[in-house]
Design a protein around this ligand. Structure first.
Ligand code: NAD
Ligand code: UFG
Length: 334
């Protein structure tokens, strides 16, 4: 199947392009490169022994999306393009609604005009209300920041569209915490500026680019006092998209968690990296980061039952692969 991957030059997108190729699909990438570099797609091409079609364009430009769909005869869209920083979304919410909500509307409008029905959406665990037990897809949603609100707004739109028009086959994938890199070490996460997330910050401490890892809060109501998250290897996540695409009888609208079902604390993640790399990580203890929740973890049975997908890579592989990428590319793609 020819599949348009919006945001395909980004962290999750580049791994998804690789997984699509490995599954026999033909990805076409559309990205405005606002948070990525074309080098990522070139490297995926090197790994796959072929070049991928790349269109530099913005998803808010519905005409550009439509002409790309028509030019490459795409039968499905995996829509990853968007902004993803929780902190930035609190200071610049209009940019987040514009990119994430208006952008999704642009893609959906182009799809309807081009007659493309299959839509897979990058949603997030941040849509859930904070809770101390793992989340099922039917659990309460109540995003606590504008970024999460944009993801929920798109999900509401998708559900409404699927009810109003008997045209769509839509899957929304709620990612938990993607980490790691392809095991080749050729593609990986390349955040611009200071990394906001735990693992890229930690690997930059390991290379000496950052002085110490700051632990945001040691007084959470968790066994060791630090935040618990459901970290998932980015290649497992990428393969989750392929499973969603291949699902034989997709309903008009469905939602799936993509996680492992296991929660890991910040201290456990640090210990796993120290074991995987044989290096000590200098630490600094800071107060809680505003907006953080103590616990986030997925219930994963629905994706396993319906899509035949489950995450299979271990925490050790997440650490080893993230480190291989960072060590070989200390300045990312630069
Ligand atoms: P990323 O920033 O690496 O990738 C997003 C890509 O979209 C980038 O290449 C960027 O240049 C592109 N983009 C942004 N706005 C665009 C626009 N208007 N038009 C065209 N391209 C545009 O981020 P990622 O981590 O790969 O995330 C991909 C998707 O997954 C995002 O929608 C994000 O919200 C979602 N998500 C990410 C995480 C995470 O922790 N990384 C968790 C849950 C959901
Ligand atoms: N943390 C630190 N130090 C750091 C960075 C993070 O101690 O330098 C802690 C946080 O306090 C939290 C845990 O590590 O307890 C994970 O934090 P991340 O920033 O890596 O991830 P979040 O769970 O806060 O959020 C991420 C993405 C969101 C996405 C969410 C769920 O940033 O966009 O996962 O998928 F929605």
């Amino acid at each position: 199947m020819r599949v348009l991957v919006t945001g395909g030059a980004g962290y999750i997108g580049s791994h998804t392009v690789l997984a699509l190729h490995e599954a026999g699909h033909t990805p076409v990438v559309l990205d405005n490169l606002s948070n990525s570099k074309a080098a990522s797609i070139q490297r995926v091409g090197e790994l796959c022994g072929r070049e991928f079609e790349f269109v530099r364009g913005d998803v808010r430009d519905s005409n550009a999306v439509r002409s790309t769909l028509e030019q490459y005869d795409c039968a499905a869209v995996i829509h990853l393009a968007g902004l993803k920083s929780v902190a930035e979304s609190t200071t610049d919410p209009d940019a987040y609604f514009d990119n994430n909500v208006t952008g999704s509307i642009g893609v959906l409008r182009a799809m309807r005009q081009a007659g493309v029905k299959r839509f897979i959406f990058s949603s997030s665990a941040t849509v859930y209300a904070s809770r101390d037990t793992p989340c099922a897809e039917s659990d309460q949603v109540a995003p606590s920041n504008p970024y999460g609100a944009t993801k929920l707004a798109v999900e509401v739109l998708l559900q409404s569209l699927s009810q109003a028009q008997g045209f769509w086959h839509i899957t929304s994938l709620r990612y938990f915490n993607p980490v790691g890199a392809h095991q080749s070490g050729r593609i990986g996460e390349d955040p611009s500026g200071e990394p906001a997330n735990l693992v890229p910050y930690l690997t930059q401490v390991l290379t000496g680019r950052r002085r110490a890892l700051r632990i945001f809060g040691t007084d959470y109501p968790t066994p060791d006092g630090t935040g618990l998250r459901d970290y998932i290897h980015v290649m497992d996540l990428a393969e989750g998209h392929v499973a969603a695409l291949n699902a034989p009888e997709a309903p008009a609208f469905s939602v799936y968690n993509l996680g492992t079902g296991k929660a890991t604390s910040v201290l456990e993640m640090i210990a796993a990296f120290e074991a995987a790399t044989g290096k000590r990580i200098p630490l600094e203890h800071l107060p809680r980061r505003p907006g953080d929740i103590p616990f986030s973890c997925a219930l994963v049975e629905k994706a396993c039952n319906d899509l035949g997908w489950k995450a299979r890579r271990s925490l050790k592989e997440m650490c080893e692969d993230a480190w291989r990428w960072q060590q070989a590319n200390p300045l990312g793609y630069d």
